[in-house]
Design a protein around this ligand. Structure first.
Ligand code: HEC
Ligand code: HEC
Length: 406
């Protein structure tokens, strides 16, 4: 039960989180003036004045840390979005959240009546935090993925993503990407038909709106016009907190949604000859078979900046079996216990700037060493891994330089 061990790590240290979120809003780690495209908090170009104002409101709401008086909890993980998406980049492993369930004999149980599938390991005064049920054996430790570029990700048509699937590995390259087809809950207000999941580490969510409303409710214990009832406590049932429900309005959810939709990905770093060579090697050894360099958006009904643009995310947004080192045994929609959505690689060069210079790669932020990341790639990625470690030291370095130019 290796997964159980990871849970005992000290992942909640209040003062560190405060220090981190204090750093996150500004650019304290930069010494000179910050150039456009060098941080994660800038809007896409071409927003109207009204859209710029919505962006600014959403930015503020994303940073806001809720107090107990304002409705935090009763059970929660962190008091702000920003706390787990530092500087709009990824989360520090100290703020990792845990999903759990029981996976036995091929049957997966989310343990809904025992507080599953998400562990809220913090609580307001007078309320007991959740603890892991003893028989939970599928424990998925996850760090917050970067928050930029998600409107572009959402605007890629299902058909474009589905064109990259190869469920039976017809082309014989050992790689068989498949989509996580998910039916959204009725409160999302879209047709209850299967859509291509694309958000979350296992692509379990198809719509950004769902991700935002759910994050308020599950991660912070903040009720909204969308989800007006507090998350039930597994032992004590429904408990209140100090604030009347709903604790935020639909307008706030919409502002944060707009903010995330229009938060631009950072600019690509300089493409030196070494970086160019690294990119060719990345293609040649099969990394790009999953880390698709770019996909194109469709026509967006309201935000011109999201229409018909190339999205250089370096992901196919599909699920892949990544082998035992990365497995969590946790089932989410159609994603099994060894499957993960290909992690987008854009912004890798800047991710560390918001985390004290450390990258914290992979779904749980377990390592900051790119070679260890590649070493952990098994399953469908095993061939690419073997080819990487068969390269000369110089070529390996060029490939790593390429990754850190994104
Ligand atoms: C306790 C930490 C935590 C808090 C607080 C939190 N998030 Fe997250 N967020 C995560 C994790 C972990 C994931 C990945 C979840 C998964 O794999 O399903 C995530 C995923 C996301 C994603 C999908 C990103 C992607 O690339 O797929 C969005 C969007 C998001 N969060 C927005 C928010 C918003 C908005 C808030 C505040 C209302 C928020 N988050 C609060 C930890 C957090
Ligand atoms: C079979 C598909 C596949 C192939 C081939 C593949 N990857 Fe990945 N890669 C993934 C998935 C899925 C993840 C996310 C795994 C996780 O978080 O547990 C990932 C994660 C990563 C990350 C971490 C990103 C982050 O932000 O945490 C890097 C870096 C990376 N891959 C580089 C590479 C390189 C370099 C190669 C070629 C040697 C490669 N990958 C080949 C699917 C693939």
């Amino acid at each position: 039960m290796q997964g159980r061990l990871t849970v005992t790590r000290p992942f909640m240290v209040g003062s560190v989180i405060l220090a981190l979120s204090g750093m996150a809003g500004c650019t304290a780690l930069f010494t000179g003036p910050v150039e456009e495209g060098e941080t994660f908090d800038q809007p896409l170009p071409g927003l109207t004045r009204a859209q710029q104002l919505a962006f600014a409101r959403g930015d503020e709401a994303f940073e806001k840390a809720f107090s107990v008086k304002e409705g935090l909890g009763p059970i929660f993980n962190q008091p702000s979005c920003e706390g787990c998406h530092a500087g709009d980049g990824r989360g520090h492993p100290r703020t990792n959240l845990i999903r759990f369930g029981r996976n036995a004999g091929g049957v997966f149980d989310r343990l809904d009546t025992e507080g599953g599938p998400q562990l809220q390991e913090r609580a307001i005064p007078g309320v007991a935090p959740e603890t892991l049920p003893a028989h939970a054996n599928a424990i998925s430790v996850r760090s917050g993925p970067p928050a930029f570029g998600l409107g572009l990700v959402e605007a890629i048509p299902d058909a474009v993503i589905l064109a990259g699937t190869d469920p039976n590995d017809a082309n014989g390259d050992g790689i068989s990407g498949r989509p996580n087809m998910v039916v959204p809950p009725d409160w999302v207000g879209v047709p209850q038909t299967p859509s291509v999941g694309r958000f979350g580490r296992k692509a379990g969510v198809a719509f950004l709106f769902q991700q935002v409303a759910n994050a308020y409710h599950q991660d912070m214990g903040i009720t909204s016009d969308v989800l007006p009832n507090e998350n039930p406590h597994p032992v004590n049932g429904t408990l209140g907190d100090d604030a009347p429900d709903p604790e935020v309005s639909r307008a706030t959810i919409d502002d944060v949604l707009f903010y995330l939709r229009t938060l631009a990905p950072p600019k690509r770093g300089p493409v030196t000859p070494e970086v160019k060579r690294g990119e060719q090697l990345f293609q040649q050894i099969g990394c790009a078979s999953c880390h698709t360099p770019s996909m194109k958006t469709g026509t967006h009904p309201t935000i011109a900046a999201l229409s018909q643009v190339d999205v250089p995310l370096y992901s196919d947004l599909l699920l892949h079996d990544m082998g035992p080192d990365l497995a969590d045994n946790f089932v989410e929609g159609e994603a099994g216990g060894t499957e993960w959505r290909t992690a987008p690689l854009w912004g890798l060069r800047l991710v560390g700037d918001h985390l004290g210079g450390t990258h914290f790669y992979l779904h749980d932020g377990r390592t900051s060493d790119v070679r260890e990341v590649i070493q952990s790639h098994g399953g469908e990625a095993a061939q690419a891994r073997t080819r990487f470690f068969g390269l000369s030291k110089q070529d390996q370095d060029a490939l790593v330089m390429f990754l850190l130019s994104l």
